[in-house]
Design a protein around this ligand. Structure first.
Ligand code: GRF
Length: 202
């Protein structure tokens, strides 16, 4: 499988996917790292690793227009899958529809808990015993698609959102490459999961 990774920032999850792909028996390769932020640190890293990069600021562009330009670049790269890794943009329905079943995201909470932002602060505030991370298929609803994998991470006494985020990030880096590998080697499971979601929505 050929994977395009979309980032907006540091790109440590992108790095985890990229280094995972260096294993000789890895069933995917990273063919593009694209960003809405030309200053995203991950772009320089991908470039240094010989992975093609693309950056297009979204400012002044309509959402659908920006997504279409990203999509054109992804198609040009020959990608079969899209991995969102800290991509801080809501995607247009057209883009989501086109990649449904072949696009995944990593989110720093144990979904369905704490969709959206400030997940760690909310988990600590609620007195939860664990935070964690989830990899899920991307559907039209934010952070709502079928879950492909999750890792719970214990919350320690005295944890701040920052200390917890740091530990959850370790877990993210373990989980994401494995979930991606599983998706590309068992695509029928993604279709099955999406069918179940549609049944429930009806
Ligand atoms: C990760 O915690 C990811 O789950 C969230 O944004 C963060 C991105 O970190 N959506 P990085 O850019 O992969 O280092």
């Amino acid at each position: 499988a050929r994977v395009a990774v979309l980032i907006s920032g540091t790109g440590t999850n992108m790095a985890a996917l990229l280094y995972g792909a260096k294993r000789p028996d890895c069933p995917y390769e990273i063919v593009l790292v694209a960003s809405n932020n030309p200053d995203a640190r991950g772009l320089a890293l991908a470039d240094a690793e010989g992975v093609p990069t693309f950056a297009l600021p979204h400012k002044g562009m309509k959402r659908a227009e920006h997504d279409a330009a990203m999509d054109a670049e992804i198609v040009k790269s020959g990608a079969t899958h899209v991995a969102l890794a800290g991509y801080m943009r809501i995607l247009s329905p057209e883009f989501v529809g086109k990649w449904e079943g072949r696009m995944l995201n990593i989110h720093p909470s144990l979904l369905p808990k704490y969709k959206g932002l400030d997940t760690h602060a909310r988990a600590i505030e609620a007195g939860d015993s664990h935070g964690g991370c989830s990899v899920h298929l991307v559907t039209a609803e934010l952070d709502d698609g079928p879950i492909l994998g999750q890792t719970p991470v214990a919350i320690l006494p005295g944890d701040t959102p920052e200390t917890l985020a740091g530990r959850v990030l370790f877990a993210e880096h373990q989980l994401y490459p494995r979930a991606l590998e599983e998706l590309v080697t068992r695509p029928y499971r993604a279709d099955w999961l999406l069918e179940r979601v549609r049944e429930i929505a009806l």
